[in-house]
Design a protein around this ligand. Structure first.
Ligand SMILES: *Cc1c(COP(=O)(O)O)cnc(C)c1O
Length: 290
């Protein structure tokens, strides 16, 4: 498997989104690795260091198309760490491509009922072994501190924009951003109103807080419509930037809308491309031009 290449995470101007008043740049974290993509590598790095030095097996949680599950499987494979994934719901008759890849990378899968999943119950087979449990999505202080090591994020920007699921990456941005940079999250979940507190819980008291937009989820987690797909194709045609429909497409859509509103007076905006392109494999074939 290819190694992680953090030096491929470059800053690129996005002329299509920029205007004479506002320069928009994108941080291409999607380039660091095809499977351990984007923010997932940064969020996992300290968890994996701990697992390696303590000789523990990594256990984590996710759904059948989860970027986090696949990134964990690939990163553990690379580091020689045994790992297990606890997957929400019944074992399907046919695994998604994401789950097939995770298994071929050596991850052991355990399917658990939705209610047990909600309570994050460990299956009996794992409960008594020596495991390092990584919360779903890498949420937690080690995940935040890892996200805080993403490159370029302490530069001089009026605003940094990211997609938010658990809010771990956003907390890492708040941790590392320069004073005076507004950190702005676009939630991909419907009605995730506790997100502000979940971000704050990862940071020391009296840390700066960000701004979260809740109007760009397109119906909820992993939901999409023809407008979003059309936007992804247009963005790609105009800029060469591929996005994923779960996170980064909703982010770019929201940024484009806000450039004409709340972001009008910003001079310099950084948009985090947090990866996740593997998730597009669950879309109908031919929906995307890339
Ligand atoms: C997981 C993921 C996110 C969300 O990150 P959080 O730290 O959970 O908010 C954003 N973008 C992509 C591409 C992801 O895979």
């Amino acid at each position: 498997m290819e190694a992680i290449q953090e030096d491929l995470a470059t800053l690129e101007p996005v002329p299509w989104l920029s205007n004479p008043a506002t320069r928009v740049q994108v941080l291409r974290l999607d380039r660091v690795h095809p499977l351990i993509s984007g923010n997932k590598w940064y969020k996992l790095r300290f968890y994996l260091e701990t697992a390696r030095s303590s000789g523990k097996k990594v256990v984590t949680f996710g759904g059948a198309y989860s970027n986090h599950i696949l990134a964990t499987a690939a990163a553990c494979n690379q580091a020689g760490i045994p790992c297990a994934g606890i997957i929400r719901g019944e074992a399907p008759p046919q695994y998604s491509e994401t789950l097939r890849d995770a298994v071929s990378l050596g991850m052991e899968l355990h399917f658990i009922a939705r209610e047990a999943y909600r309570q994050k119950q460990l299956p009996a087979a794992l409960a008594d072994t020596s495991c390092l449990v990584i919360p779903e999505g890498g949420y937690g202080i080690p995940g935040m501190l890892g996200a805080a090591t993403m490159p370029f994020i302490s530069g001089t920007f009026d605003r940094i924009c990211c997609a938010t699921g658990t809010g771990t990456m956003m907390a890492g941005l708040l941790h590392s951003a320069a004073k005076g940079t507004a950190v702005t999250g676009f939630s991909v979940l419907k009605n995730h109103k506790s997100l502000t507190q979940e971000v704050a819980a990862l940071l020391p008291p009296s840390s700066p807080s960000g701004i979260i937009y809740h109007d760009f989820h397109f119906g909820g987690y992993a939901k999409y419509n023809p407008t979003l797909i059309r936007f992804m194709n247009e963005l790609y045609a105009q800029t060469g930037i591929p996005t994923d429909f779960v996170y980064t497409a909703k982010l770019f859509y929201g940024v484009k809308a806000m450039l004409e509103q709340d972001f009008k007076t910003d001079r310099n905006i950084l948009v985090i491309h947090s990866g996740g392109l593997q998730g597009n494999r669950s879309l109908p074939k031919g929906a995307l031009i890339f």
